[in-house]
Design a protein. Structure first.
Length: 674
């Protein structure tokens, strides 16, 4: 899909897309590192000059108060669409990369616990692309997943939208890296088998040891490409959901040297070198950025504001990778009572108006993160990194009201678990390894607690910075993709089994994703909806009881409530706080006036119903009486049946009222006529 996306951008270059045309052509890809966008310039400035840092430093938007204020008062700069055309030449190489014969690595499917995502796939080398129909099925699965929408959850104070009300599992995929040169030179045995249906068999070292079977949503064999990971891991769904307002996280877990960083950002140094975004080696992050901007481009009816931050947890200290400073001063992790989640205080966030800005953020962060060498990996991540892109979406839900959702996508590259004996760590590397292992142990413990449906005990998120910051993604309201990375060879067997067990446990975790909305927006939206419902109901009632004078719709409505002034979509954010409060109050008073009107109309209707009931009872009583009189008349030999109630006109007789049996008279008329 990434291939398709990139081609799509390329093809659209010449098309009349106004926003794009307004964007000046910028530097070629090689100049990415020389700050190509506004945000990138700021970044460069911040790392050199301290002054800029203060001016641009923003309190982490995870703090709900800050979130709402910034989105209200600052307004958002319009999103300018990615100017990918500038890398036209490079895209040719990307385009020419044929997928024929390598794309159909699909062997089978089992229904997984995360129904919206393709599951149970094994992506591997030797299966020809004869599974096109299957691929089509997958595309359809994706499409249906795209239409997965939430319903308004009023019980949650209108500030969130839950997804179907049902629980989802964390989506877990496994990626197996190829055998590396060192292992090849040692002629290490490959211990893994891939029977299909998302399963992996881990063979025992000796014949006495039974093979172990594990199953997941998707398994990527060593030959799977970076593009396959984008296509089949379910990350696209996560990005779509992040745009819709969900909190999404993709994280890579595995032992050191198992390919976590490779999966997320490609081979060592690729991003830092400022490689073309069309490079086939790019990992999930760059590909996701491209897909994300394509999604935004396809939805021009909404207004988007993107902000990115990048941090690492190094030796239990949080370092801002976009603003590390020469002293790499640690940032504080705090608890927000309002959002009931942890956030990093004073984290540097960058407005990402263009795709370039996201690339610049990634590049800057990758350059600043801690990397070291040990016996098992020459470019080992010595910290856990967390790249976060927040997506504010303003939707014009009505003529005069705009509603905002706040989604985010996190990419977490965990440092690898290390057996210090094998990595031959000492000194600084040993201290790093101990911290990495400790925080991974806490993460493992949290996962174990969360995955055990029976236990409802305490989850020790607070025991490490990593679990504090991942708490949101692991439990409750987030949507999470775990990519477990493993090595296939014998020397890594124990770590591989540990990782697979870890992943199996994570697969059992249940979550209930919700869309985050501003409480203010949700309140206005729900009041507007209620007003509409009441208006419809009242109109219906007015028609039903046929009120003409007393309850003249217009006069009644006008006199009893102050209708809020119409406000254009998107103007809401420019309104000062005071006017917004007034607007909410106007809506509330309109709402209560309509309720009042509603109640009164119901009273009138009830009164009329009671009157109607009395009348029909009276009617029935009279009818009964009439029937009694009629029956008396038909039985009486002296009173002849007449065709109707009439005044006697017989000459000589006194005027008397006579009740006649009109049934018999009618009969006589009919028989007479025949
Ligand atoms: N799927 C793959 N295809 C080709 N090369 C790979 C693959 N996975 C990993 N590698 C290579 O293996 C080496 C180690 O991978 P990487 O640095 O991503 O491991 P890691 O799990 O992030 O390790 P650490 O936890 O120590 O940071 C790198 O040179 C990487 O390019």
């Amino acid at each position: 899909m990434a291939l398709k996306n990139l081609q799509l951008f390329h093809m659209n270059r010449g098309m009349g897309y106004q926003n794009r045309q307004a964007t000046p052509m910028k530097a070629p890809p090689s100049a990415l590192s020389r700050s190509i966008s506004k945000s990138a310039e700021t970044l460069a400035a911040t790392t050199i000059a301290g002054k800029e840092i203060k001016a641009r430093k923003a309190r982490s938007t995870e703090q709900p108060g800050a979130n709402a204020t910034s989105s209200l008062s600052k307004g958002g700069s319009s999103l300018v669409l990615p100017a990918l055309g500038k890398w036209g030449e490079d895209s040719e190489s990307f385009k020419s990369r044929s997928r024929n014969g390598r794309s159909g690595f699909v062997r089978g499917l089992v229904r997984g616990p995360f129904p919206e995502l393709p599951c149970g796939l094994v992506l591997y080398k030797d299966v020809p692309s004869s599974n096109l129909s299957f691929r089509h099925f997958l595309a359809e699965t994706d499409k249906s997943a795209s239409s997965r929408t939430g319903s308004l959850d009023r019980s949650n104070q209108g500030s969130s939208i839950t997804l179907n009300g049902e629980e989802d599992n964390i989506n877990v995929v496994v990626r197996v890296r190829p055998v590396n040169d060192k292992e090849r030179s040692l002629q290490e045995r490959d211990m893994l088998e891939f029977p299909g249906k998302g399963q992996i068999i881990v063979n025992g070292i000796s014949l006495a040891q039974k093979p172990k079977l594990f199953s997941y949503n998707v398994v990527f064999e060593p030959a799977a490409t970076q593009e396959d990971v984008l296509e089949y891991s379910g990350i696209k769904r996560l990005l779509e959901m992040a745009v819709e307002g969900f909190s999404c996280t993709a994280f890579c877990y595995g032992q050191t040297g198992s390919g976590k960083t490779h999966t997320l950002t490609g081979p060592p140094g690729l991003v830092e070198r400022g490689a073309s975004p069309y490079s086939p080696e790019h990992g999930l992050v760059v590909r996701s950025f491209v897909y994300l901007y394509q999604l935004l481009r396809e939805r021009p009816e909404c207004h988007y504001v993107l902000k990115a931050s990048f941090l690492e947890i190094y030796n239990e200290k949080v370092i801002d990778l976009l603003n590390p400073g020469s002293a790499r001063k640690p940032q504080q992790v705090r608890w927000s009572k309002e959002s009931r989640s942890f956030y990093v205080e004073n984290l540097f966030t960058v407005d990402c108006e263009e795709l370039d800005d996201l690339f610049a953020v990634l590049e800057e962060g990758m350059r600043n993160r801690a990397v070291g060498a040990h016996a098992m990996n020459a470019h080992s991540s010595r910290s856990h990194t967390l790249l976060s892109v927040r997506i504010r979406r303003d939707v014009g839900s009505d003529q005069d009201i705009t509603c905002s959702t706040h989604g985010k996508i996190n990419f977490v590259d965990l440092a690898g678990s290390e057996m210090t004996k094998r990595t031959k760590s000492s000194g600084k590397t040993l201290e790093e390894a101990n911290n990495i292992n400790r925080s991974l142990m806490v993460l493992g413990y949290c996962i174990a607690q969360l995955s055990d449906g029976k236990k409802k005990g305490h989850i020790p998120y607070r025991d490490s910075k990593l679990t504090k910051l991942l708490a949101d993604s692991l439990s409750g309201n987030g949507v999470t993709l775990m990519i477990a990375c493993i090595a296939p060879t014998k020397s890594n067997l124990n770590e591989t089994i540990n990782t697979l067990r870890y992943a199996s446990r994570a697969k059992k975790i249940k979550s209930k994703p919700i869309v985050k909305m501003d409480a203010r927006d949700a309140l206005i939206l729900s009041l507007k909806r209620e007003v509409e419902a009441l208006q419809t109901e009242n109109n219906h009632l007015r028609t039903a009881v046929q009120i003409h004078t007393d309850y003249n719709a217009d006069t009644y409505s006008q006199k009893s409530r102050g209708t809020p002034p119409p406000i254009e979509a998107n103007k809401l954010y420019q309104l000062p706080q005071k006017e917004l409060v007034e607007l909410v109050q106007l809506h509330m008073s309109e709402n209560s006036a309509l309720r009042q009107e509603n109640t009164e109309l119901f009273v009138v209707r009830d009164q009329l119903l009671r009157d109607q009931e009395l009348l029909s009872r009276e009617n029935e009583r009279l009818l009964k009486k009439l029937e009694d009189v009629n029956s008396v008349c038909t039985r009486s030999p002296i009173i002849p049946a007449r065709a109707a109630y009439s005044i006697s006109s017989s000459a000589g007789l006194p005027d008397i009222d006579i009740w006649t049996n009109h049934v018999s008279s009618a009969n006589s008329t009919i028989s007479g006529g025949s």
